[in-house]
Design a protein. Structure first.
Length: 375
């Protein structure tokens, strides 16, 4: 039985860092039982610095039948070694690139025959455009250190594999294993009224998620629209700009910010809305998008996520990432639909999600990454 040592900045009960946390929670929740032991090394805090409650720190805590978690209270090399030397790891799986303690330290001081760096969308051009100078310096140091010769990479699809090799060269060895989604039950939208729309976003509040563009589009929408926004504020100045836009909206638009949303509350929250919207500038996967689609919520998003051809599949609308007119038209298009018209997209979203998320295929990809002999 192999032991996989996962290193990530945050893990449940932390949730405010969004996608990567949910990716690993889904991975250990649905994969590994019977043929793997999984150890997770993470911080004892959430993204905002709040300390996790209900878990012990600096010791191995049982998470499920084959997974244990070490919630580190500090950030010392000695502390990492104390956790890592209590077992023999077959694979060290590092989630992310830019964290010195949960990415760099495990690569330098962890002992395992195989070490894999999971890029998690951090090499997508849209992601690299944010704080680009610091990232360029960091990546240059990594390349000079020769990590592309010493370690493996993990990409969630062929596009991300391309981004990895653009940055680290064609010689970089990349495993492809898609994100394991959390699937919700189908939620029929039987009460959709023509001329009205209940819109929702669940995301970190940051420029990457493009909430401000949604607010700009709503300024020009003709129908009665209620827009609910959930998620922690990652960048306060950006959210202040959004709040200023909310104050300028016309009377037919009602926007409500609800703050953080626990992962256990997402399915129920989706049930009270009709369309999920998130015109992201970059998404490695987009767990909230996948979850919304599985529940039968049509999605309005950009072309810069893995979920494309939405309109062809009667599952939503893809828009150019900064095209205000397209976004406005997409919102009004759904708002104008009556219950019968909308039911086609309600069903289409659920069916699109089912086709896109084949758990057997995903398990095979992770077997190939964790269990096969590297070449």
């Amino acid at each position: 039985m192999k032991t996989i040592f996962i290193c990530i900045d945050w893990f449940h009960p932390a949730y405010k860092a969004g996608g990567p946390v949910q990716s690993i929670a889904n991975l250990v929740g649905q994969y590994g039982g019977g043929h793997l032991q999984i150890k997770i090394f993470c911080s004892n805090k959430d993204l905002d610095g709040s300390v996790n409650s209900g878990v012990a720190f600096d010791e191995w805590v049982q998470y499920n039948g084959y997974t244990q978690v070490w919630y580190a209270a500090g950030k010392s090399v000695a502390g990492f070694k104390r956790a890592a030397t209590q077992f023999k790891a077959d694979v060290i799986f590092v989630i992310g690139i830019y964290s010195w303690y949960f990415n760099l330290v495990p690569l330098l001081f962890g002992k395992a025959p195989v070490k894999i760096i999971s890029a998690r969308g951090m090499l997508h051009p849209g992601a690299l455009s944010q704080k680009s100078f610091k990232k360029k310096i960091y990546l240059t140091i990594w390349k000079l250190a020769g990590i592309q010769q010493r370690y493996f990479f993990h990409a969630t699809d062929t596009a991300e594999k391309g981004f990895i090799q653009q940055n680290f060269g064609e010689q970089a060895k990349v495993f492809i294993a898609g994100n394991i989604p959390r699937v919700f039950g189908f939620q029929p939208a039987v009460n959709k009224k023509a001329g009205e729309l209940r819109l929702v976003s669940i995301a970190l509040i940051s420029p990457m998620k493009n909430i401000a563009l949604v607010l700009d589009a709503l300024q020009h929408c003709k129908h009665e629209i209620g827009y609910a926004v959930y998620g922690p504020v990652k960048e306060k100045v950006y959210w202040q700009q959004c709040q200023a836009k909310i104050k300028l909206l016309p009377p037919n638009i009602k926007v409500t910010y609800h703050g953080d949303l626990m992962p256990t509350e997402i399915e129920n929250t989706l049930s009270t809305h009709e369309v999920f919207i998130l015109p992201s500038k970059s998404e490695n996967f987009g767990h909230a998008i996948a979850e919304a689609l599985s529940a039968g919520k049509p999605v309005i998003t950009s072309h810069l996520t893995p979920f494309n051809e939405l309109e062809q599949n009667r599952a939503g609308k893809n828009i150019a990432v900064e095209n205000l007119d397209e976004l406005t038209a997409a919102i009004d298009w759904f708002a104008a639909m009556d219950a019968n018209e909308f039911a086609e997209f309600n069903k289409g979203a659920n069916e699109y999600a089912s086709r896109r998320m084949d758990l057997e295929v995903l398990e095979g990809e992770y077997d190939a990454m964790f269990l096969s002999k590297p070449v």
